[in-house]
Each structure stands twice: as structure tokens, then as C-alpha cells.
Design a protein around this ligand. Sequence first.
Ligand SMILES: Cc1cc2nc3c(=O)[nH]c(=O)nc-3n(C[C@H](O)[C@H](O)[C@H](O)COP(=O)(O)OP(=O)(O)OC[C@H]3O[C@@H](n4cnc5c(N)ncnc54)[C@H](O)[C@@H]3O)c2cc1C
Length: 228
Amino acid sequence: MSSVPPEQVNSQYKDMSSMFNQQNPAASASSSKPAGDDSKPPLPKGVVLDKDGKPCRTCTSVASWRALTKQADLKSANSNSTSTPTSSTSKMTTPTAGLAAAATPSPSETPSDCPPDVEELGRSTWTLLHSMAATYPEKADAEHQANMSGFLKFFSKLYPCWVCADDFRAWMAHPSGRNQPKLGSRKEFGWWMCEAHNEVNRKLGKKEFDCRLWEERWRTGWKDGRCD
Ligand SMILES: Cc1cc2nc3c(=O)[nH]c(=O)nc-3n(C[C@H](O)[C@H](O)[C@H](O)COP(=O)(O)OP(=O)(O)OC[C@H]3O[C@@H](n4cnc5c(N)ncnc54)[C@H](O)[C@@H]3O)c2cc1C
């Protein structure tokens, strides 16, 4: 167990962005170093910055986040070891370096009470979105359609992974109008949600889901009875 007090770990996270070369959020998934600045290491691959320039945990995978915290720990351990040692700095440094060196659990062992990364947030959100489709009226009246339309509009602006939200909004706003939410009935809306999810699956290089099966997956349970 690390003996680093929580406030010290938190301030380490808060200050991490100043230890790395900043990236333009638009090019956030890249780890390339901006030209002309060799003083800071590049951000590890896959780390996405928030619009305020700080690392965005809900936009980044656990693996990339860990690479970032390790790099920050090493950098802070190195800078402390090259400065004049005093009893107070060595007290501060040792547990922090110990935190970096401690056996890091693999992503599958991440404690369940940690903040979500982009994947955990995504899985939970898809569960909510598909469940909203599964419980949508078979035939939706105008008020229900307007409520869902409003929800999707705000959702696509407020989703905590901002790069995900930007892409999702752009997909919905395709100039042809073909990706606008289909809200007339549960079948339409469930299919639309499945297509929206498949758009993200394709972007991430994942297998597409067969949308003919969305109701079995999210509403009725599978025909083999394993969900009964
Ligand atoms: C709106 C939105 C945008 C996102 N954008 C990004 C992004 O830009 N970059 C990024 O890294 N992550 C993004 N994510 C997260 C990403 O989609 C995944 O949730 C995450 O990568 C975890 O994937 P997973 O393989 O565990 O399963 P998930 O994709 O989370 O799927 C969960 C379960 O849903 C079922 N499922 C899969 N596809 C479909 C489908 N088409 N229809 C119905 N059910 C399906 C499967 O049973 C699957 O196990 C986004 C999430 C959301 C909600």
C-alpha cells in the first residue's frame, strides 16, 4: 500500500499536464512532439487532453492513463533526485517514487471504485442508451419524441469524453440528414441506436453488431433462455 496522502496524489495529477508537451486537443490522440520544444517528454500514446489542456481521464484508456502517471512519477522522482536533497524533499519523494514502482494491476484488475476511463464510461453509457431504446414506447407520441430528441441533443454536448461527443454530434448532423435520430417507434429508435453504436465500433476498429439482434441483447434476452 502506498503512503502517499490523497492530497499529494491529487496535486500530482493536477500538475501533470505541465510536465508534458501540450497537444492541440484536435490532434489529441497523437503522441507526436511539437517542433522546437525538447524540454518535456511527449504525452504517451492515446492520452487525450481536456479543452483546458489537462489530461482527460474520461477520454483516455486505463493503459494510456497509467503510462501517463508513471511518466509523471518518474519525472518528478528524477527532478527531486537531482535537486539538493533535504530531509523534507526526500520524505516527499520516496513514497511518490514507491507509488510508481509498486506493482500496477492490469486493467482487468482495476478496482471498481476508481473513476471510469473511456471504455468503462462507454460500456455504462451504451447500457443506458440501449436500455432507453428498449423501454421506448412501441409507438411514441409527439411529446415523447420531443423529450428524447432533447435528451440526445444535450447528451451529445455534455458526454464526459469530449472527443467522443464531438464525433457523435458530427455523425448525427450528417448533411444528408440520414443519421438524425429516428424516434417514431421503439423498433426505429432501437435500430438507430444500434447504428450509432456501430459507427463508433467501426471508428475503433471493432466488429459491427448485427442490428437484427438488438432487442434480444437489450430487451427480451437471448432466445436460448440464458437471460431468463
Ligand atoms: C456516444 C459514445 C461515443 C463514443 N466514442 C468513443 C470514441 O470516440 N473513442 C473511444 O475510444 N471510445 C468511445 N466510446 C466508448 C466505446 O464505444 C466503447 O464503449 C468502449 O470502447 C468499450 O467497448 P466494449 O468493447 O467493451 O463494448 P461496447 O462498445 O461498450 O459495447 C457494450 C456491449 O454492447 C453490445 N453492442 C456492441 N455494439 C452494439 C451495437 N451496435 N448495438 C447494440 N449493442 C451493441 C455488445 O454486447 C457489447 O458487449 C464511445 C461511447 C459512447 C457512448
